[in-house]
Design a protein around this ligand. Structure first.
Ligand code: TRP
Length: 365
């Protein structure tokens, strides 16, 4: 049989809060599809608690509290522990060791130019006092990806600079120490509306502190309440008024979530989203009707997730075992890569019989 390079996925999330519908369309849904495609030899899904601590050093309780929440979110969207290895980053010590070696291959000014890091430094008011661990997290992310020999990293577009940084580290490492690390590819969501789903207030980013998220674990009633309060077109006052689609959150969500089947089921007077949009632009279509439709669409997507979550919540010990086992498997995999890295760097003294021979000769000449 031909020796084909295995296809491996690595991706993950920081456990700083429950996951929301932005995570779902931006990444989770795709992961489940990729998992079920059968095209991948291995899939690793990481709860990035060590990375979350880089900007939450003073709040470890927050990270601890969200480990199980994120695990439940993963399982409830359909990640299957029989196919996807779910693990906790801090329990794979090899990642830290890899980070330490990769740090030698990256300059401070290169990190300073990383646009995601730049934006986050501003957002967190870190300008004058950037924690070293935070500054370094793009390098640790390269360790996460390469430790599992990932070929494919499905993430949101905000992670693009991290992937570029990782690829640079891979190229540099391989150039200096010989072909060792696997060059990964990023996989972005194909639907534009899914790249960055706005909050229900129309603000560009969904964030817990802004209170503008719809969570995957939210009740049916709360989802409905949030949909009915969504930001639309502030100038669309009377039903007859022509409405605007740009910046209209309800339509952005429909772009991300709806399909023709939903129209047939819940709004058969329109064949598809284009017809609905045309009517809205012309005038004569009220926000409430569009919101009710969006609510139906969202509930259809979220109700199986809610049901699966309820099942897993009854078996927290089982979820704990999944994480524990997953972390053990991940550590074994990363240990293998680490030993290859050390061999490439020629610091594998005790696994390398040539080392002792060399030294004996050197001192007995
Ligand atoms: N940075 C990612 C986030 O903010 C989490 C993460 C850590 C990650 N390491 C990764 C994602 C490696 C993909 C690959 O959610």
């Amino acid at each position: 049989m031909e020796n084909k390079k295995p296809k491996i996925i690595l991706t993950g999330d920081r456990p700083t809060g429950k996951l929301h519908v932005g995570h779902y369309v931006g990444s989770l849904k795709r992961r489940v599809e990729l998992q079920n495609s059968g095209e991948f030899d291995k899939i690793f899904i990481m709860i990035a608690d060590a990375q979350a601590l880089t900007d939450n050093a003073d709040n470890p309780a927050k990270i601890r509290d969200n480990i199980m929440e994120v695990a439940l979110d993963y399982l409830s969207v359909g990640l299957d522990p029989a196919k996807s290895n779910i693990f906790i980053q801090s329990h794979v010590a090899e990642l830290t060791e890899l980070t330490f070696y990769y740090m030698n291959l990256v300059t401070v000014s290169r990190l300073q130019r990383n646009p995601t890091v730049k934006a986050e430094i501003q957002m967190r008011n870190f300008e004058t006092s950037i924690p070293m661990g935070f500054f370094n997290y793009p390098i640790s992310q390269a360790a996460d990806i390469t430790a599992f020999k990932a070929t494919t990293v499905p993430v949101g577009e905000d992670q693009l600079p991290m992937l570029e940084q990782t690829k640079e580290i891979v190229h540099k490492f391989n150039a200096v120490y010989g072909e060792t690390l696997v060059d990964p590819e990023i996989l972005l969501p194909s639907n534009k509306a899914c790249l960055r789903l706005p909050g229900i207030d129309g603000k560009a980013k969904m964030s817990k502190s802004l209170g503008n998220c719809i969570y995957l674990s939210e009740s049916e009633a709360d989802v409905k309440k949030k949909v009915m309060s969504m930001f639309t077109d502030p100038d669309h006052i009377r039903i007859e008024d022509p409405g605007k689609l740009e910046g209209n959150t309800v339509f952005t969500y429909l772009d991300a979530f709806s399909n023709e089947g939903h129209f047939a089921e819940y709004l058969p007077e329109y064949a598809n989203l284009d017809e609905l949009k045309d009517h809205y632009k012309r005038g004569g279509l009220g926000d409430v009707k569009v919101k009710k439709f969006l609510n139906n669409v969202l509930q259809e997507e979220l109700s199986p997730i809610r049901a699966r979550r309820a099942e897993y919540e009854k078996n927290i010990e089982g979820v704990y075992e999944i994480l524990k086992k997953g972390s053990e498997v991940a550590a074994e995999t990363a240990a293998q890569t680490l030993s290859e890295v050390k061999a490439a760097m020629k610091i594998n003294y005790f696994d390398d019989p040539a080392f002792l021979e060399e030294q004996i000769q050197k001192f007995n000449e």
